[in-house]
Design a protein around this ligand. Structure first.
Ligand code: NAD
Length: 249
């Protein structure tokens, strides 16, 4: 279990859900891991926690600089911080579009900009962006969220091309509906959260939600030297939806 021995990783949005599962997995496998989050108070050793808001360039730069200094370098950036949005184009006003775009898209750009100079120094440099099936599935009631994830997908391809000859690989994962605190919060607002959770699972083509650990496994693979010849790809972690061209029912 030493795939990441000697490697240093930074996970944005790493205090919860997919980001936390990824930080834990990389650390278990031998990496030294820093977590950048709005609220890193629950981040425990051996993880290092840094408070930053991905919508604030100065705070991202400061957190990345502190993490790089404490880790002694950087090999892996997991660009994962993201927020949800529901509704059609008529339901979200300009302010909401700017707010969600600022986190989900420009937030990833800010973290990448801050990390790239260090990643150039690494001989195993990898960036993994957390995208979503929403990027390509045409999900109803998710116009704004889907547009941000479509942008994350395009950004992944463009960055993979830009940094190919620098030895920095850039890939993304496309999770289906994953059982994280985010989804938990949505379910908790229902009158019967347990029934709503069962209904949500039943709507998935596979009959169940994806676990945060399963998404973390895919991120870890794309971050590891085991995928050394893989760049500019998206890896679906969705119980077969994308590959089998299925939709939630
Ligand atoms: P989560 O809410 O459990 O965790 C998100 C983390 O990001 C939190 O710790 C939060 O504090 C942090 N964060 C949010 N805004 C931030 C900001 N401005 N600056 C710094 N940190 C910030 O969510 P999750 O379900 O684990 O989602 C993680 C990623 O996975 C997101 O990019 C999301 O779009 C993507 N995703 C989730 C699902 C799903 O069903 N849960 C499916 C596909 C993709």
């Amino acid at each position: 279990m030493t795939d990441f021995e000697g490697l240093k990783a930074l996970v944005t949005g790493g205090a919860s859900g997919i980001g936390r599962a990824t930080a834990d997995l990389l650390a278990e496998r031998g990496a030294q891991v820093a977590v950048l989050d709005l609220d890193p108070s629950a981040v425990e050793k051996p993880l290092l926690g840094y408070r930053a808001d991905v919508t604030d360039d100065a705070s991202v730069r400061q957190a990345v600089a502190s993490a790089v200094a404490d880790l002694g370098g950087l090999d892996i950036l997991v660009n994962n911080a993201g927020i949800g949005a529901q509704g059609t184009v008529e339901d979200n006003d300009d302010e909401e579009w700017h707010r969600v775009w600022n986190v989900n898209v420009i937030g990833m750009v800010r973290a990448a900009r801050a990390a790239l100079p260090q990643l150039r120094e690494s001989s195993h440099a990898a960036i993994v962006n957390t995208c979503s099936i929403a990027a390509t599935a045409g999900l109803p009631q998710r116009a704004l969220y889907s547009a941000t994830k479509g942008a994350v997908y395009s950004l992944t391809l463009a960055m993979a091309a830009d940094h190919l000859r620098e030895g920095i690989r850039v890939n993304c994962v496309n999770p289906g509906t994953a059982d994280t605190p985010w989804v938990g919060r949505l379910l908790d607002s229902a009158t019967d959260p347990a029934a709503e959770r069962a209904a949500l699972a039943a709507r998935q083509p596979s009959g169940r939600l994806v676990s945060a650990a399963e998404v973390a496994g895919a991120i870890a693979y794309l971050a590891s030297p085991l995928s050394g010849a893989t760049t500019g790809t998206s890896l679906a972690v969705d119980g077969g939806m994308q590959g089998l061209r299925l939709r939630p029912v």
